[in-house]
Design a protein around this ligand. Structure first.
Ligand code: SF4
Ligand code: SF4
Length: 439
């Protein structure tokens, strides 16, 4: 059975599931934070007043675990200043004002024959130079993921087409509209780590995507590929859950997918890899779902750096006064304080909630029902972790594996007492890092 132990069945509310991707008009301005990925921030190589073309490097990688940032519109660098950031509050960013021309640098992709001759090092270098990071939200630089140490050989690659987060549909949209590019990019992932087996994993609530990939795989000459229809359950798309569902392997506590010979790649990342290698195109745009209490939920293909406010306007605006704006989905997304946040490489959604979407029921005492324990996909004891966090017993929380929590929210969702378990668990993790580890 292609699933994992634990998890929940929330209302999926995929309001934009049947909507084709719409290309958003070019923004008048983009805000491109220097930190859009895990690892060292990029370093600006342009200055105020410089003119830039789309695809031009405007910030170079700040180390091995880093990628460059490219201009996503053509125009003039207005400033390099601190601006709102969807996960960091505020951070340094390059602001470009459009010249309305959309002039690109010259792109030079590889022909099919050239691609066949590329070494794995050349492939990884193209991916790094294109600024590609995991587009599923984690934003880990892809070339690093594809460079495992020699003692961690990879034999399995997994295409993550689960998109289990409620409301979000941009990956589903890519699987329908760009299936060939997604599969081609995934084949390059397989090649770059020399894996034997490639699992294409899609949840069963996307029968059209399953059909599209069944057909593509029947027609392709790729070897070692297998389609895996996944049971519909949240958080099916989390790396560790997906690896277990597809291969039966369990990533150890504190471990990484490479510890069990696996690499997982999101569908948007694979599409970006195809475009970088075959078209020479750096990562300057991505698909984003704009949804919730907006007049017309949509899947939009947007230039990175466009503001969430602009995307809300393209969807007809909110259906009432906004009570909560979330970057991402309702389970793992982050509440935002302003709609001026830019779409960054890891942004998969913008979710609007109004008064009627918010449940303000008060928190009550724990009734020891163990529902949170039953649903935790990491086999943790969320009620105990929450209690330890409230009492500042961070070392004990760490001993109870609080650091293994990846904040999926299943425990808090299931809690009949409305205890904000994820809030307390995040607090314990932060405080353990600051106080017990001396960080
Ligand atoms: S403890 Fe963490 S991993 Fe477990 S259900 Fe809660 S948020 Fe998810
Ligand atoms: S689900 Fe809530 S009430 Fe039940 S044991 Fe967990 S924390 Fe307590």
């Amino acid at each position: 059975m292609a699933t994992f132990i634990g998890g929940i069945h929330p209302q999926y509310n995929k309001l934009s599931a049947s909507k084709p991707a719409e290309t958003a008009p070019l923004p008048a301005q983009v805000v491109l934070p220097l930190s859009q990925h895990i690892g060292a921030p990029a370093k600006a190589v342009v200055a105020k007043g410089d003119t830039v073309k789309v695809g031009q490097v405007i910030a170079e990688a700040g180390g091995f675990v880093s990628v460059p940032i490219h201009a996503t519109i053509s125009g003039t660098v207005k400033e390099i200043a601190t601006r709102p950031h969807p996960s960091k509050g505020r951070s340094p960013a390059i602001v470009i004002e459009s010249d309305g021309e959309d002039s690109w640098v010259e792109l030079s992709g590889c022909s099919k024959e050239d691609v066949e001759k590329l070494t794995v090092e050349e492939l990884r270098s193209i991916i790094q130079k294109a600024g590609i990071v995991g587009l599923g939200g984690a934003a880990f630089p892809t070339h690093v993921k594809l460079s495992p140490p020699k003692d961690k050989p990879i034999d399995v690659v997994i295409l993550n087409g689960a998109e289990c987060e409620p409301f979000l549909t941009c990956d589903h949209c890519l699987m329908l509209e760009m299936a060939e590019k997604v599969l081609s990019g995934f084949e390059l992932v397989k090649r770059s780590v020399d894996a034997d087996k490639a699992y294409v994993c899609i949840e069963k609530n996307k029968p059209d995507a399953l059909k599209a990939f069944t057909k593509l795989l029947e027609q392709s000459t790729f070897s070692g590929f297998e389609l895996v229809p996944l049971d519909v359950k949240y958080p099916q798309g989390a790396e560790k859950m997906l690896i277990y569902a597809a291969s039966g392997r369990k990533v150890p506590t504190g471990g990484l997918p490479m510890d069990v010979g696996c690499v997982v790649s999101n569908v948007g990342t694979c599409k970006a890899i195809h475009e970088a290698v075959y078209e020479g195109k750096p990562l300057v745009e991505r698909a984003v779902t704009v949804t919730g209490a907006v007049k017309e939920p949509k899947n939009l293909v947007v230039r990175i750096g466009t503001s969430a406010a602009e995307l809300l306007e393209l969807c007809g605006g909110a259906r009432g006064p906004i009570r909560k704006l979330i970057g991402g989905g309702p389970m793992m997304g982050m509440a935002q304080t302003t709609s001026e946040i830019p779409i960054i490489k890891g942004s998969s959604g913008v979710l609007v909630q109004i008064e009627t979407d918010i449940d303000d029921a008060p928190e009550r005492p724990c009734i020891k029902c163990a529902k949170c324990v039953d649903v935790c996909p990491m086999d943790l004891m969320p009620s105990i972790l929450g209690r330890l966090a409230r009492k500042d017993r961070f070392q004990e929380a760490a001993n109870a594996h609080v650091m293994d929590c990846f904040e999926c929210g299943s425990c808090a969702y299931s809690c009949p007492s409305r205890i904000p378990l994820v809030h307390w668990i995040k607090h314990a993790k932060n405080m353990f890092n600051k106080t017990c580890k001396g960080g």
